[in-house]
Design a protein around this ligand. Structure first.
Ligand SMILES: NC(=O)c1ccc[n+]([C@@H]2O[C@H](COP(=O)([O-])OP(=O)(O)OC[C@H]3O[C@@H](n4cnc5c(N)ncnc54)[C@H](O)[C@@H]3O)[C@@H](O)[C@H]2O)c1
Length: 321
């Protein structure tokens, strides 16, 4: 019995695969390596309980062949669907990116789950489905949901498709709404962006926006702990959980100053205007994790500690390249 992870060569996917292998599972992974990297799979590839297929999941016929081939090795019983576009600004410029990589990857996964008789899905959704609701508390049951990015829209559409599939053939669907997740190996995100900018120009860091954007950050280690915690305990047909650090978060100014301190002490920081990093960016949000807490999960790291840990990891990652 095997677990399939989509987007396995990405940041969260490769960390999740390592945890599943560590706990004795067989793990198959698919990825087209458009944003994920083969190097992220190095420690997994030699493992007898790991299998990988490079495939574009938006192409149903290729995805079906890849899954068939993996299934001959061991029956897949569950899919953790993480493949998506993770470059939100790119999806604003070209909406087809999120249609293809964020929605069609979900749609095709559901088509194949039905065909292959796989009836449990865990889905990496996002706080982006809530849109910009200012200071309103974001609990799992609020609506209407009006995302402000194509990425958020296609994640919400994916949730809807999963809900419809649950009515039809899925036994269980876990919808995890991630906050901003950080750690290594980073493939995108504010810390990686700052570290790379400083690598290019060590004396100056140019920041998009005025630095007052404030968000909560969760380290990938805790994200995985939280998902496993929910998965072990919740038996609802469609279980939706916000996952987060449960604090007010930190500002971009804090992240910029901490990154400069570690990566390039003495560099000056130059801020832009306005409190949005890009169109579709949600500058502040009040994310509730009461439902997760009620289940008994207590986040250990706050946003500041998670950011500091990730900065050290990402600086080391970039130095090694
Ligand atoms: N990291 C975060 O802060 C964050 C926040 C909210 C939600 N999420 C969600 O969590 C999941 C994992 O995010 P991540 O940070 O690891 O991103 P990532 O970009 O590192 O990983 C996504 C992977 O999906 C793959 N992929 C994309 N389109 C594909 C396609 N058509 N076919 C096959 N593979 C494809 C990419 O190559 C990449 O390896 C994503 O669904 C993302 O939307 C992440």
């Amino acid at each position: 019995m095997a677990i399939l992870i989509t987007g396995v060569a990405g940041f969260v996917g490769c960390n999740l695969a390592v945890e599943f292998i560590r706990s004795g599972n067989t793990v198959f992974g698919v990825d087209n390596l458009c944003r994920g990297r083969q190097e992220n799979l190095v420690s997994l590839e030699t493992h007898v309980r790991f299998g990988f297929a490079k495939v574009d999941m938006s192409d149903l016929a290729s995805y079906r062949s890849a899954l068939s081939a993996l299934q001959t090795r061991e029956q897949i019983t569950e899919i953790w669907h993480l493949a998506a576009n993770s470059d939100i600004p790119a999806g604003i410029d070209d909406p087809y990116i999120d249609l293809r990589d964020t929605f069609m990857t979900t749609f095709n996964t559901l088509v194949l789950m039905k065909e292959f008789g796989i009836d449990v899905i865990s889905f990496a959704s996002s706080s982006a489905i809530y849109g910009d609701l200012g200071d309103r508390l974001l609990t799992e049951d609020i609506g209407p949901l009006l995302p402000i990015s194509n990425y958020g829209a296609m994640k919400l559409a994916s949730e809807a498709a999963i809900s419809a599939a649950a009515e039809c053939f899925l036994k269980r669907a876990y919808i995890f709404r991630f906050p901003n997740v950080i750690g290594a190996p980073a493939t995108h995100g504010v810390v990686l962006d700052f570290v790379r900018k400083l690598k290019g120009t060590p004396v100056k860091l140019i920041v998009l926006g005025d630095g007052t954007q404030q968000k909560s950050y969760l380290h990938v280690e805790e994200l995985i702990e939280a998902m496993f915690f929910i998965h072990e305990r919740v038996q609802e047909r469609v279980a939706i959980y916000n996952i987060g650090a449960g604090d007010e978060g930190v500002t971009v100014r804090f992240i910029a100053e901490e990154t400069v301190r570690v990566a390039s002490p003495g560099a000056t920081i130059e801020y832009g205007n306005g409190n949005k990093g890009w169109v579709g960016d949600v500058p502040r949000f009040n994310y509730s994790i009461d439902k997760l807490r009620a289940l008994g999960f207590k986040p250990r790291m706050g946003s500041a500690e998670a950011i500091k840990k990730a900065i050290n990891q990402i600086v080391a990652q970039e130095l090694s390249q």
